[in-house]
Unconditional design. Structure first.
Length: 316
């Protein structure tokens, strides 16, 4: 970013100059005698200003990643660019040996902030008396900044196997979530039957009758009594089980939430099925990126620098 200095004596303290002083570690103000052309002394000269603007560029880049915009230019989300789930990132995760993709691979935002490599890579340096350079050395940074194409990792059989195993695991979670209400109902019905006092009393009487006449002839009256108890036990058991099943019939809020989350995860996993095509093995897939400005200064900030510092700033 070339910077054409004007009269150093015209430098005035302001919001941006205060920021420059902050990033440069302080210093006495322009009201103490202005800035020297060499950048030495009490003021801020062109070289120091360039360093400060470089630091501002880096800070604005970090802010852009944090706020998902550069000034008034809003970055499109992955949902808007139909890149959710983030299949290139998922392939990269499996290439690293992970058993499952990172959670942020299924979120529309934030973009360009998966592992923080891009944010850390942005650096600035003064390359001439009127120019400061700021950018990233990552090979794909320009495509992310201006819009363009990059490539995924090479798709291998191992990656596809890990993807398939993960997809099966996600499908299994959905099956378990959907069957959870039925399993819960069986547990609750069984617990209700086991815990019913009247049913237990009837069963106890029936058991005592059987044990009392073990190995002996059962009198007619006792046989009739035993038959009545058996009927009462079956009737009571069915009534208790029916009441418990009725109380458990509806899906709870927690169960519904788990089913919804499992269905969403399964839809996302299923949408990646095209990556299992064996014809893709040994290939790198193109990734289309929209423009998301990473390095730069909002025009309002450029105007403030020019006004407050008395310099002309333009992008190279």
């Amino acid at each position: 970013m070339p910077l054409s200095p004007t009269d150093p004596q015209a430098f005035r303290e302001g919001t941006v100059l205060g920021r420059l002083r902050s990033v440069l570690g302080g210093g006495r103000g322009a009201d103490t005698g202005g800035a020297s052309a060499s950048g030495e002394g009490d003021g801020l000269g062109p070289v120091s200003i360039l360093k400060g603007i470089g630091a501002l560029l880096k800070k604005e880049s970090q802010r852009a990643i944090r706020e998902q915009r550069m000034g008034n230019v809003r970055w499109p989300s992955r949902d808007e660019t139909r890149m959710n789930p983030n299949w290139p990132g998922i392939l990269a995760d499996f290439a690293l040996g992970k058993a499952a993709p990172a959670a942020n691979r299924f979120r529309g935002r934030p973009v360009l902030e998966d592992a923080g490599d891009l944010k850390r890579s942005v650096q600035s340096r003064v390359i001439s008396p009127d120019t400061v350079e700021c950018g990233s050395s990552l090979p794909y940074a320009d495509a992310l900044h201006r819009g363009g194409e990059s490539e995924s990792v090479t798709i291998t059989q191992t990656i596809q196997e890990r993807l398939w195993n993960w997809m099966k695991m996600v499908a299994g979670k959905l099956v378990r979530a959907e069957s959870a209400p039925e399993r819960r109902e069986k547990r609750e019905v069984s617990g209700a039957v086991k815990g019913d006092a009247e049913l237990n009393r009837l069963r106890s009487e029936l058991k005592m009758s059987r044990e009392s006449y073990r190995g002996r002839a059962v009198p007619k009256g006792e046989r009739e009594r035993r038959q009545r108890l058996e009927v009462q036990v079956r009737s009571r058991r069915d009534a208790v089980a029916g009441a418990a099943a009725g109380a458990s019939a509806s899906m709870t809020g927690a169960e519904a939430s788990k089913v919804g989350a499992a269905q969403k995860a399964n839809r996302a996993a299923t949408s990646l099925g095209w990556l299992l095509n064996t014809n893709l093995r040994g290939t790198k897939r193109p990734i289309k990126h929209p423009a998301r400005p990473i390095v730069g200064l909002p025009q309002t900030l450029v105007a403030e620098i020019e006004t407050m510092l008395g310099v002309k700033v333009r992008a190279a």
